[in-house]
Ligand binder design. Sequence first.
Ligand SMILES: N[C@H](CCC[C@H](N)C(=O)O)C(=O)O
Length: 295
Amino acid sequence: MAYSFTKMHGLGNDFIVIDGMTSPIDLSSDDVSAMCDRHRGIGADGVIIVRPGQGDGFMDYRNADGSLAQMCGNGVRVTAKFLVDRGYLPPGRDSLRIGTRAGLKEVRFETAGGRLSRATVTMGQPILDPAAIPVHAPVDSDHGGVPYVGALMIPTPWCPATVTCVSMGNPHAVWFVDLESMPDELVRGDRLDSLDLSAIGPYLESHTVFPEKANIEFVTVEPDGLHMRVYERGVGETLACGTGACAVLVAAYLTGRTGPSSAVHLPGGTLHIDYREDGVHMTGPASTVFHGTWE
Ligand SMILES: N[C@H](CCC[C@H](N)C(=O)O)C(=O)O
């Protein structure tokens, strides 16, 4: 069956977006992985089917390997853009609500020339209970009476990984790396972009301590904010990760490395994350690249 699609991205975290608002569309995990193949398919980090449902539309997100994920932060901004730009919202609206497998997300947006340019997503409260993340580890830290997994030491073939575990509806393990103490086979130089994630990324992603696997963030704290790279569950390294940026800010705040608001710099660009009483807020762009047909 042929599908029309729109290729979109949030800071280079790219998606194949299919309109399921007016007709039922069902893709197998094999369909998704074939579409996401960067040599034989369209190429993307994931597929989003936009469906009617909770709020103004439901984001049915799948990772490039065909697996389901509960939440995708860049994907929510892209889904909002898709709905706004295709006229699924009545004129005059500057906000919408998008359903996800991690619940309803409020999105406030700006437009340029009638098209969504930037959006702020209320991502909800971080989940810190190990059983809910999930991670097989005890709470070992406390922030203002709130227990969390702050320093889980995972032995690896290269060096110990000490991670702070946070869920934004999907599991994240945040590692504040000390590049100077890492072996040469992992990092050549003193910059985050010289870290080789190709082996340690999948090793941690699928570690038995994460019963549903995990997205792994590698972070340094710099004068201009947090710098991160991410090895995503079911995808591999991506240029940006919205839920990952939120998890990084929460982990940095809980462990006393930053305040509750920071720029988070990713290889694909910068997101602004604020951790407030009503939850975590993420602000960033969303872009449309081209339209096509998948035969
Ligand atoms: N890129 C997405 C995260 C996808 C998470 C997915 N890889 C998972 O299995 O949780 C984001 O912007 O939040």
